[in-house]
Design a protein around this ligand. Structure first.
Ligand code: SF4
Ligand code: SF4
Length: 286
């Protein structure tokens, strides 16, 4: 694989704001996907006082080959977590909060009740904050999904992550159509909730396949799209097949907008939750 190009180099720096976020997370025993997934934007996001909370523990029951989240046996849920996420949202003064999770196929409801409680606690502590949940597929369980949508988040995000052809090697325990169905069900059951999805590129897909994913997402009414460069967490993970040029990201953005997405973020360092609040103006949520 070629060396990392200039456009993917990020400056790391310590800042008081970043330290304050880390101290708060430790105090409330909260996890973030920012740390657990070694996100390259952590200095920037923590430096701006934002973070994406990761609930339902730190151990995942799935085995996506691009992901560095832990795979040990999951521990019981922390009943204080929903309240603590709400407290952290309030203390950080977040006007847009993103809550994600590991996948917990071992739990009867996949953790949907815990998600719903987290949404309710945030609403109660911070009524003006936009609540975005980035949820697992709950193995296609409609009742679990309904539990989440009944708690009325503003945005339901569920990433398809890659093109359909690469699912067996990239997301072996997920099903492309099941992820599309989830997004379709949100629109059907709760049309007031915006839907969002994301794709990583550089995993070996073709440009045509990425556009096909965009079409599939639009066919289920998906409103927001993110496209970012895949970076391998280690040599044991799925390799980076290509560093996609920024011009290609710009062309993905154009195509996605033409296909009707209300908001598109497409650039090498874009992640599902990167500057998530920027979609709000386009969607007139705030
Ligand atoms: S389901 Fe999510 S947390 Fe679990 S391995 Fe896949 S990407 Fe990582
Ligand atoms: S882009 Fe998202 S996951 Fe990465 S550091 Fe920022 S908030 Fe965290």
């Amino acid at each position: 694989m070629q060396r990392k190009p200039e456009w993917l180099k990020v400056k790391t720096s310590a800042s008081e704001k970043r330290q304050a976020v880390e101290t708060l997370l430790q105090k409330l025993t909260l996890s973030t996907v920012c740390s657990e997934a070694s996100c390259p934007n952590i200095c920037e996001c923590f430096g701006r006082g934002t973070a994406t909370f990761m609930i339902l523990g730190r151990e995942c029951t799935r085995n996506c080959t691009f992901c560095c989240v832990g795979r040990e046996t999951p521990r019981p849920l922390d009943p204080d977590e929903p309240k603590n996420v709400a407290k952290a949202t309030a203390e950080l003064g977040l006007r847009h909060v993103v809550v994600t999770s590991v996948t917990r196929d071992d739990l009867p409801d996949g953790g949907a009740g815990h998600f719903a409680e987290t949404i309710r606690q945030i609403r109660s502590a911070c009524p003006d904050t936009v609540v975005e949940v980035l949820i697992p597929d709950f193995k296609g369980d409609g009742a679990a999904l309904r539990t989440v949508t009944d708690a009325a988040p503003d945005i339901v995000n569920h990433n398809v992550e890659t093109v359909k052809r690469l699912y067996p090697e990239v997301r072996p325990m997920a099903v492309y159509e099941r992820s599309l169905d989830l997004l379709a069900h949100v629109k059907k059951n709760a049309p007031n909730i915006y839907t969002k999805s994301g794709v990583m590129v550089g995993l070996g897909e073709t440009e045509e396949e990425v556009v096909e994913v965009m079409r599939d997402l639009r066919s289920v009414g998906c409103d927001i799209l993110t496209v970012g460069q895949y970076l391998a967490p280690s040599k044991q993970h799925h390799p980076v097949v290509e560093y996609v040029h920024p011009d290609v990201f710009a062309s993905y953005k154009e195509t996605a907008e033409r296909l009707g997405f209300s908001y598109v973020a497409s650039a090498p360092l874009v992640r599902s939750s990167y500057n998530a609040d920027r979609a709000n103006a386009a969607l007139r949520i705030l």
